[in-house]
Design a protein around this ligand. Structure first.
Ligand SMILES: [Zn+2]
Length: 488
């Protein structure tokens, strides 16, 4: 009898320090897919769902796509989105006929209006619906603030091993191959989960450089031990004020081997042996401006306080203003500002006018500058390669390109789009290397796109709802003690 596996996912990274709820419209603007539409969009994408579909097919298992939803990182998810998702998931399961198992794709750092552990909540609802014996295997974003409920509701979960996340498809394959083995009764996984009293600064979460490089290399070494099916390190998402915020380790062992506790303990000791290396440099704008003249160009400046991939708005102008005031450029920056685009629409290319754009963090008004309009276009573009998030299509809405009196290029977008693809410039006939500086509103994720064309990469400690120093926020729910808040 051919086995059938249901596929369900919802991705949201919820920043509890951002005002406003993330609504159903926000999900529908990005992804709210049911049934075969899920396969149509993700079959060939660098996303875990693509890897799941591919590997299930190779294993002779029928994939039954049920529902997948995703919104850009932003504020807390509205209660009605969560209840609608759970209800549509239930309808889809009832309509699907007999299912032998489930592959699930939570993000792991979703917070809803009424449930701090949103992913734990819907995974528990799934488990309650299908009963305790049906296999459930999942993937996780390593930014997950992993909870006991998420672990208890599933048989095994596997996190991506890269940040920027370029291995999502591989991890989806891994999850599908594991459930295939479970369905053939070849393996019985057991999860061993350990939360650590440490929150890693967003600045130190790039897995290709230290300290995470050594950490992930060590985890890979431990994964090769006998009896270990997978080792996941969740580096955590600092901008969710939830009890699980911080770092955790999830080891999946083959039942009876006892490898889980052993591996988790080794990783715990490795991570906690020198916590200060996970703190970051936190270079402020003044320091960066004083040092940058000797750096090789192009320089990629990462605006950590206005990190769109961490839920920030992408409209803060602090870095833009500081660079212009100090005569640094020419640079490229993209600002999410539908009102500025609308104002630019009153002009034609080569017109010069004064524009107030973006916002200052916790201060009134935006940045006022004289600009020359270059063009106004539909801002759709596509990405073919494996980039952070597995996105293939980007919609910036109506988009205006202006050049300031200082010679800097500002792309004004009507929709909020993270800087995950170089196509944001290439598709609009701009050569990234023609700029001395590129300012991207992110921390690590844009490096997958811009790293190959920039000779220097600099993360700047700017203010905003994703500022690098998490001790500047007031948390209500986080665990205590937790480094760097407490050092114990
Ligand atoms: Zn992530």
């Amino acid at each position: 009898m051919v086995k059938r596996v249901g596929v369900i996912g919802i991705h949201h990274e919820s920043n509890t320090f951002v005002d406003g709820l993330t609504t159903l419209a926000d999900f529908k603007q990005h992804y709210w897919l049911e049934g075969d539409d899920v396969v149509g969009v993700f079959r060939n994408a660098y996303h875990e769902l693509g890897g799941m579909f591919e590997a299930l097919e190779e294993e002779g298992i029928v994939a039954v796509p049920l529902i997948y939803a995703e919104a850009l990182p932003s504020g807390v998810v509205s209660g009605s989105v969560l209840s609608t998702f759970i209800s549509r998931m239930g309808v889809a399961i009832d309509a699907a006929g007999p299912l032998d198992g489930f592959l699930v794709a939570p993000h792991g750092a979703a917070v809803s209006e009424f449930f701090l552990d949103m992913d734990g909540h819907w995974l528990t609802a799934l488990r309650n619906k299908i009963g305790p014996h049906v296999p459930v295997v999942g993937t996780l974003d390593p930014h997950a603030n992993l909870s006991k409920r998420m672990v208890a509701a599933t048989d095994a979960m596997i996190a991506y091993k890269t940040n920027p996340h370029t291995d999502q498809r591989d991890v989806g394959r891994e999850a599908a191959l594991l459930i295939a083995r479970m369905l053939r009764n070849e393996v019985k996984p057991v999860a061993h989960f350990v939360e650590l009293p440490l929150a890693i600064s967003i600045e130190q979460q790039h897995t290709a450089v230290e300290p995470c490089k050594s950490l992930f290399a060590y985890a890979a070494e431990l994964e090769s031990l006998v009896g270990v099916l997978s080792v996941s390190v969740c580096i955590g998402f600092p901008y969710s004020d939830v009890p699980e915020m911080g770092t955790s380790v999830l080891v999946i062992e083959e039942r009876g081997t006892g490898a889980g506790p052993l591996v988790a303990e080794r990783l715990r000791k490795f991570i906690l042996s020198d916590k200060s290396r996970f703190n970051g440099l936190k270079k402020d704008v003044v320091t960066v401006i004083s040092e940058m003249d000797v750096w090789e160009t192009p320089i990629l400046f990462l605006d950590m306080g206005d990190n769109i991939g961490g839920g920030a708005p992408g409209n803060l102008v602090g870095l833009l203003e500081a660079f212009e005031q100090h005569g640094k450029g020419p640079f490229f920056i993209s600002i999410f500002d539908p009102e500025a685009v609308a104002r630019a629409c009153a002009y034609t290319p080569r017109d010069r006018f004064t524009l107030e754009l973006g916002l200052r963090y916790k201060q009134p008004g935006g940045y006022r500058c004289n600009v020359e309009l270059q063009w106004i276009k539909n801002g759709s573009f596509h990405e073919q390669h494996a980039r952070h998030g597995g996105y293939t299509k980007f919609e910036m809405g109506l988009t205006a390109l202006v050049i300031t009196d200082h010679g800097n290029t500002i792309m004004l977008t009507s929709q909020r789009v993270p800087p995950f693809s170089l196509q944001q410039l290439l598709a609009f006939d701009m050569v990234p290397q023609a700029f001395r500086m590129i300012v991207a509103k992110g921390v690590n994720a844009p490096i997958a796109a811009y790293g190959p064309v920039c000779k220097t990469i600099c993360q700047v400690d700017t203010e905003g709802p994703t500022q690098a120093d998490m001790t500047r926020f007031t948390y209500i729910h986080r665990k205590v003690p937790l480094y760097p808040f407490e050092d114990s």
